[in-house]
Design a protein around this ligand. Structure first.
Ligand code: WQD
Length: 341
């Protein structure tokens, strides 16, 4: 019973590795280090006190994928590996279709060749595009507005077709809202390469003095304070949802269909609320300047969470303060991220 975790050296993959090991599961990680560093594998070993099996593999290398599946006699896969920057996907769409769609196709082909047919896929609320109603339920129409979101939806469609083609496939599609936070040890966390695209890592780098100020992308949205509202979810809650999904796929037969679940808290917080929360947790001022809206941004996006509760017996437990506190703890212990290693 070994679980293959793709993108296992990455932000969410490394937290999933810790959570699955602590749940008593055997795992093997693969990563190509395009957006992660080998040191996070060492950190997973330090946190869990266990040696972690790892292979450096690119998802587009089907033979290498098959070799890992066979070597470790994998029985399931949790698939995080892929590119995830919205802006980069607009300027370099082919890289996103190659890594996210072709890469997943190669993974599924290798799984089929090895008769490994249990998969959890890391999808995203970005597949919903501009919300037509809120909170977002899983049956909200999809309509991604950027190449990154379109790759996620294409993979979801591939998975639904696969589930429909053979009842032996057991597939969960988990749509993340906004993952933030870090393991309470401060040993693993979000460590984006270069200038952070996302709000939380940018705020934390302003708090630590690595960046001068935050640009707030617009304050003229139809929200309470005019800034964007998002459903931030602690990464530890997120990976707990994966553990529940992994169990659920053994319990309920999903024969013929993929289990699709939103992973969010159901709470929306604005940019300015996040700034104030982080100032309280870090006891640091976060200077900011309101600038133009970022193209492609929506005013508000947050989850309806009843299906996650019913299907997985899961709800997010951690609040905004803990998300900020754990992020700040990671940044204080790793002021330059993993790069300092
Ligand atoms: C949050 C809010 C911005 C940065 C994206 C992807 C999603 C997932 C998370 C991968 C918005 C505002 C941000 C900044 C700002 N990615 N903001 N200044 O865009 O909701 O979601 O990242 O899994 O799939 O779509 O997250 O953190 O970029 O933005 O004002 O420097 O913060 O306008 O309102 P987003 P984000």
């Amino acid at each position: 019973m070994t679980v293959l975790i793709t993108g296992g050296a990455g932000y969410i993959g490394s937290h999933c590795a810790v959570s699955f090991i602590e749940a008593g599961l055997d795992i093997v990680l693969i990563d190509n280090f395009s957006n992660s560093r080998p040191v996070s594998i060492d950190r997973i070993e330090t946190i869990t006190g266990r040696q972690v099996a790892f292979r450096e593999v690119d998802l587009r290398d089907e033979a290498a994928l098959e070799a890992v599946l066979r070597e470790f006699e994998c029985t399931s896969v949790v698939h995080f590996g892929g590119l995830k920057a919205v802006g980069e996907s607009v300027s370099n769409p082919l890289a996103y279709y190659d890594n996210n769609v072709v890469g997943t196709h190669r993974l599924l082909s290798a799984m089929a060749a090895c008769n490994v047919r249990k998969l959890i896929f890391s999808s995203s609320a970005t597949v919903y595009g501009d919300p037509q109603f809120l909170p977002l339920t899983e049956d909200h129409p999809t309509g991604p507005v950027n190449p990154y979101g379109r790759t996620k939806l294409m993979v979801e469609d591939m998975l639904r077709d696969l589930a429909g083609s053979n009842p032996d496939w057991r597939i969960a599609i988990l749509r993340y809202f906004n993952p933030v936070g870090a393991h309470h040890s401060g040993l693993i966390g979000e460590d984006p390469l270069g200038i952070p695209n996302n709000l939380m890592p940018f705020i934390s780098q302003v708090a630590s003095g690595r960046r001068d100020k935050l640009s707030v992308f617009g304050n003229d949205y139809d929200t309470d304070d005019g800034t964007g509202v998002r459903d931030y979810i602690h990464v530890l809650d997120l990976v707990e949802g994966h553990l529940r999904a992994h169990d659920a796929l053994d319990r309920h037969s999903q024969a013929g269909a993929a289990l699709t679940v939103n992973l969010g808290t159901g709470e929306g917080y604005s940019v300015l609320q996040m700034v104030r929360a982080f100032e309280r947790c870090s006891n640091r001022e976060i200077p900011f300047e309101v600038v133009e809206r970022r193209p492609g941004d929506v005013a508000a996006c947050y989850a309806e969470t009843s299906h996650a509760k019913a299907a997985l017996g899961w709800t997010a437990e951690r609040g905004l303060e803990e998300m900020c506190k754990d992020t700040w703890n990671f940044v204080c212990k790793n002021p330059l991220g993993y790069a300092a290693e």
